[in-house]
Design a protein around this ligand. Structure first.
Ligand code: PEP
Length: 250
């Protein structure tokens, strides 16, 4: 039986004071059983978050990591070995906002591999733009994004990874894929994994991301191939994030 996951991507938001306030809300939250909860703060706040969540079953992840595992001469980067040392167990790989900054398939494959080598679980983000959806290319685009990682690292790499389907047109726009639109893509992702390894496909956690909020979470999470969500804006509010987590627990 797959566990559900609800993860909050804080993006480039927060100050020490606002993070402290959010942590207070997270610490006070009653968490349902069977739901993996994680937050992805800006790297500057990772230590503060790990300290603040001591003893709470909420994992801390990073929003990005370097293409190589070990430390070295890569100014401005953080290596997955450093993330692991800090206590991070997850890292986002290939978020569309980073792809827009020029992150290529080749780079994110290196990041995915380096993270796994350090015991940091990658959350691979894939999704189509509005133009691609309107051109009927959604499954082709998402299939290619996933396929390039499968081709490079093998489908077994997804035994220890999470996949987040995030249609670019739904991220931060207030537009959400309908539960059926999201389910259709999730089913295609699972089928693509299953074509290589049925067991990997069955156990893979597939998250939906794109303007998830308390009001639409239950319907999305109720779809058979949606195993939770990657939440942006709504994860910055502890009450709203808590309501989304509860929706995943039902
Ligand atoms: C995200 O950035 O991963 C995301 C899903 O953002 P939002 O929920 O704000 O659309």
């Amino acid at each position: 039986m797959r566990r559900t996951m609800v993860a909050g991507n804080w993006k480039m938001h927060g100050t020490r004071a606002s993070v402290a306030e959010l942590l207070q809300g997270l610490r006070n939250m009653a968490l349902p059983g069977g739901v993996d909860v994680a937050v992805f703060p800006p790297s500057l706040f990772i230590n503060q978050v790990i300290d603040g969540l001591q003893g709470k079953s909420i994992a801390t992840g990073a929003q990005n990591s370097a293409v190589q595992a070990e430390q070295g001469a890569l100014t401005g980067e953080v290596s997955p070995a450093q993330l692991a040392d800090a206590g991070c167990s997850l890292v986002l790989v290939g978020h569309s906002e980073r792809r827009l900054m020029g992150e290529t398939d080749e780079m994110l494959i290196s990041k995915f591999k380096a993270a796994q080598a350090c015991g940091v679980k990658p959350v691979l983000c894939i999704g189509e733009t509005l133009a691609e959806r309107e051109a009927g290319k959604t499954l082709e685009v998402v299939g290619h994004q996933l396929g390039s990682v499968i081709e490079a690292l093998g489908v077994e790499a997804f035994v220890n990874a999470v996949i987040a389907y995030e249609p670019v047109w739904a991220i931060g726009t207030g537009l959400t894929a309908t539960p059926q639109q999201a389910q259709d893509v999730h089913a295609a992702i699972r089928a693509q994994l299953a074509a290589k390894n049925a067991e990997v496909a069955l156990n893979a956690q597939l998250l939906y991301g794109g303007s998830v909020k308390a009001a639409n979470a239950a319907e999305l999470f109720g779809m058979p191939d949606i195993d939770g969500g990657l939440i942006g804006g709504a994860s910055l509010n502890a009450d709203e994030f808590g309501a989304i987590i509860r929706a995943a627990g039902n």
